[in-house]
Ligand binder design. Structure first.
Ligand SMILES: Cc1cc2nc3c(=O)[nH]c(=O)nc-3n(C[C@H](O)[C@H](O)[C@H](O)COP(=O)(O)O)c2cc1C
Length: 217
């Protein structure tokens, strides 16, 4: 699979088969991920892979916390969003709904509890950053996440980034025994897509390039 094929065919998957992935598979993917560029070649990323019974335990705890605290997937903006951004977010929800209806699922519950459960994936990868770094280094973690989802796809595995865990960072640290000086930046579900699940028929739209681009010449 060449890079463009991977970019064109990758998508976030929200229903996984329970089939396990091995340490070797995840190590192979991460060995490619760490070829990603980073500022001053600091390679600031740290990965925690949670699998098996520990992953089930993590999911159970996160779902319980979500039910108690009701902190949902949200854009995490500090100011009201412009109409263009709000429209994109709303559209994604609306377009996902027919697939959820086929499954008898309500959007908020599916996405929030699903995210806490890493959508049933057998493994979760947690991307961390030492808090000695400035926020600028989040860029490096983002690049690593981009590599991760594409490389996993190349090896026949599907992923879904899970930003929701960031809202439960203190709990994540306690559950996974993550040192105080490490920030939990993002998680990702990884496993084999359940091709029979209607939600995996959903493909998210994109606005055309003109919305994002300004030339100065
Ligand atoms: C930083 C980040 C955080 C995300 N967090 C979540 C999440 O918590 N739950 C979820 O279902 N999807 C999450 N996603 C997946 C996005 O919703 C998805 O990438 C977007 O809708 C585009 O769809 P695609 O990945 O299928 O192209 C996240 C994606 C990114 C990049």
């Amino acid at each position: 699979m060449d890079v463009l094929d991977a970019i064109k065919s990758r998508k976030s998957v929200r229903a996984f088969k329970p089939d396990p992935v091995t340490r070797e598979q995840i190590e192979e993917i991460l060995n490619h991920v760490i070829r990603a560029p980073s500022a001053i070649n600091l390679q600031p990323w740290e990965f925690i892979v949670v699998m098996g019974e520990e992953k089930q335990r993590l999911s159970r705890r996160l779902i319980k916390l979500y039910r108690e605290k009701q902190i949902s997937c949200s854009p995490g903006n500090v100011k009201p969003l412009s109409a263009a951004f709000s429209k994109r977010g709303a559209e994604s929800f609306i377009l996902m709904n027919p697939y959820l209806e086929k499954m008898g699922q309500e959007f908020n519950r599916f996405v929030n509890e699903g995210s806490c459960n890493f959508y049933g994936a057998p493994a979760a990868v947690i991307f961390c950053l030492d808090n000695a770094f400035s926020e600028a280094r989040l860029v490096d973690i983002g690049i690593a996440l981009g590599y991760f989802v594409l490389i996993a796809h190349k090896f026949g595995l599907s992923t879904c980034p899970i930003g929701l865990i960031n809202a439960y960072e203190d709990d994540m640290k306690e559950i996974l025994n993550i040192p105080e000086n490490k920030d939990v930046v993002i998680g990702a579900a990884i496993g084999y897509a359940d091709q029979d699940s209607p939600i995996n028929e959903f493909t998210s739209p994109r606005d055309s390039l003109e919305h994002f681009l300004r030339w100065i010449d």
